[in-house]
Design a protein around this ligand. Structure first.
Ligand code: NDP
Length: 453
């Protein structure tokens, strides 16, 4: 990168920092994207006409609201709810809801910003948004979760709709929460439409939506391996997290013949020397999804699973080939990236959003570890949500085979776009650059065409 581009990036990020104080995650996400876009704009006159970067980095609308609810003891609790409607350049706002105590505006703006680019890569007509609340569903009764979701939706419903904004799940928002949110939306809007995706299959959901993010991640990784004359068979894969994305990534990896050696939660990690079998995965899903238990409960009393309490899975000193971070943002910093490299890893593909810090990504690039960013690799979830919207709008249900085929095609097309825009002189692919530039051209062309300024 030449000095004038670096200077422009620094100036732009200084302005962003001034406009968005105390929003480190949002600034991190913007910097990651503009580092590729600024040099690209320098080479393409049509994007120089207006102040596109400022336009794209400012959310169209941010909604913040009070969420009061009564806990089981009859005490009033108050949480803070948000919806960041980031961009409608390419379609109605679309992105998940996160319920986690760490939720704040910085995290939701980073997720909304990433979502705009991710959704553009799917080539579906979807804008980008994200929302949630600083509510912790962990340890709450079903009745408490229901009352919280109903109160949250009682405010949110006026801002969303099947052609306006279509929320879905994310951390802490799974099948149970989507059910309660949709039920309240339907009741107060008096309509049964596809305003929320991730619905149950008997009430408007699509087949393959629960699996889509994890399956899509593995389909994308398969494309990367194929482009490097490799296949999954026998490869050892470390996975972090044990939620929706991790579970279905593990399932597809097992089907592909890979050996999955780990899963984790925020309390610790489980190491399975000989790999997680389908039977072990079934029991993990039961512990996590039905019993709402911990990874330690899964490991309890089983000789095949070694559990490490209060430990980070990326500290693993065993040898493995592929790292799939599927838990949360910034779980891999530079020192953990070094550990991952020294474990023999050839590729890191992000199941979570922004799980690698900027320094970790730089380390991978400098040390020949292939790196694929979440906005490309985990786009399968939103893609199948887009397919759910199509089925809802046309009042039809598609077969599992049809949805899975479309998911594979979408992940293949995203990989191709990354190759087209990220090809290096030595024929290797910079997936981060490829994803950013492919998505940017779509969003920017839509903005320019609509005369939005
Ligand atoms: P879930 O709530 O189902 O699972 C999240 C997992 O990550 C849990 O194992 C959780 O452990 C762990 N985790 C969450 N926060 C932390 C933390 N601060 N430190 C350590 N571990 C943590 O969420 P999903 O699987 O849906 O989401 C995982 C990631 O994938 C997120 O980054 C999300 O944005 C991203 N993603 C999800 C999509 C989807 O379709 N669901 C689509 C695209 C991206 P614990 O139970 O202890 O909190």
């Amino acid at each position: 990168m030449n000095n004038s581009h670096q200077q422009r990036i620094d100036e732009f990020m200084d302005e962003m920092a001034e406009r968005n104080p105390n929003q480190p995650e949002f600034l991190q996400a913007v910097k990651e994207v503009v580092s590729h876009i600024i040099p690209f704009i320098g080479e393409h006159k049509k994007y120089q006409k207006i102040n596109l970067l400022h336009y794209i980095a400012e959310p169209e609308r941010v909604i913040q609201f009070r969420v009061p609810w009564f806990d089981d003891s009859g005490t009033l609790q108050v949480n803070r709810g948000y919806r960041v409607q980031f961009s409608s350049a390419m379609g109605p706002y679309k992105g998940g809801l996160r319920f986690h105590p760490s939720v704040n505006l910085s995290i939701l703006k980073f997720l909304g910003f990433e979502q705009v680019f991710k959704n553009a890569l799917t080539k579906l007509p979807l804008g980008g948004g994200k929302g949630g609340a600083d509510f912790n569903p962990k340890g709450k009764s079903d009745a408490e979760v229901m009352r919280f979701c109903q109160s949250f939706m009682t405010e949110l419903y006026r801002h969303i709709g099947p052609d306006t904004d279509i929320p879905a799940g994310d951390i802490g928002v799974g099948a149970r929460e989507i059910g309660y949110l949709f039920g309240q939306y339907k009741r107060i809007s008096n309509e049964f439409t596809g305003t929320i995706t991730g619905k149950g299959i008997s009430w408007g959901g699509t087949l393959i939506r629960p699996e889509a993010t994890g399956f899509g991640l593995v389909y994308f990784l398969k494309e990367i391996l194929a482009a490097n004359d490799k296949e999954f068979k026998g490869l050892r894969v470390a996975v972090s997290g044990s939620g929706n994305v991790a579970q279905f990534a593990i399932q597809k990896l097992i089907e592909e013949g890979a050996v999955v050696i780990s899963a984790s939660d925020s309390s610790g990690y489980a190491y399975c020397k000989d790999g997680i079998s389908q039977e072990m995965l079934d029991s993990l899903m039961k512990v996590k999804n039905e019993d709402r238990g911990r990874i330690s409960d899964w490991a309890d009393g089983t000789s095949e699973i070694e559990y490490f309490d209060d430990a980070n899975v990326w500290d693993l000193s065993e040898e493995y080939d592929i790292a799939l971070p599927c838990a949360t943002q910034n779980e891999i910093d530079e020192s953990l990236a070094e550990k991952i490299k020294s474990a023999g890893v050839i590729a890191v593909a992000e199941g979570a959003n922004m799980p690698c810090t900027a320094d970790a990504i730089k380390y991978f690039a400098q040390n020949n570890v292939m790196y694929a960013p979440g906005k490309a690799t985990n786009a399968g979830g939103v893609a199948v949500s887009g397919l759910e919207m199509t089925q809802n709008a046309t009042r039809v249900y598609w077969s599992e085979k049809k949805v899975d085929k479309k998911l594979r095609q979408i992940m293949h097309a995203i990989h191709q776009q990354c190759q087209n825009y990220g090809k290096q002189q030595n024929d290797s692919v910079d997936y981060e650059k490829g994803a950013n530039l492919a998505a940017f051209t779509k969003v920017a062309d839509s903005v320019l065409a609509q005369g939005l300024v």
